[in-house]
Design a binder for this molecule. Sequence first.
Ligand code: PGA
Length: 243
Amino acid sequence: MKIITADDYDDLSRRTAALVCAQLVRKPASLFVFPTGATPLGLFRELVAAARELRADFSNASFAVLDEYAGIAPGDRRGLAGWLGRELLDPLGIPASRVITFDPRGEASAESARVEAAIAARGGIDLAVLGLGPNGHLGFNEPGTSFDARSGLVPLSAASITSNAAYWGSEADVPRTGFTLGLGTLLEARQFVLIVSGARKADILGRVLADPATPDLPATIAHVHPNALVLADRQAMSRAPKD
Ligand code: PGA
């Protein structure tokens, strides 16, 4: 596992965008996974600017949506596929045919098989960029998830319901289950990058870096992934173990 400390959020966003652009140059038809949440917004801004200025060509790239609330109506504005569309894929001009999404109303085992097959049909994930949940989750892979879990339907933790309440109005409105790419699926990505920003992530990032790989902290799969990078800004790194 490699660790890089960025000066601040903008530097983190620029460095992550540079990794994505380098991957595109190496393999224009790459399959990418990007996180939901606040952390990647700077990255998305950089990528949209790079595409507009013709520094990045996404015309052959594909994307797999990391996670999705279950049971919501297609087109619900709170859906995560719709969110990724508004924030990144629509500005990049990516057609739906190059985006692998979960059907929020799909049957669990059929959705799992369909999404796994769609990823395999594109040759696997080339670069997965993940955000770090306040409880160490990755996507909706909550603490306790096995490292070999495949993609599918999972219960959301109380912590995730609380942290997502702001997007839904109240905790009571947050769906109790969601679809997520599995930890086993993410472990097979050729490159794994965990991006972390801000003082509010310092404690959890400190634990993720210090603890051995454990299902209690899904983000510790970074310790076992053969090509993992943790890219965090100085504030997020303030509780990292000093070695
Ligand atoms: P955040 O979310 O980027 O909004 O902090 C990260 C997560 O919960 O996965």
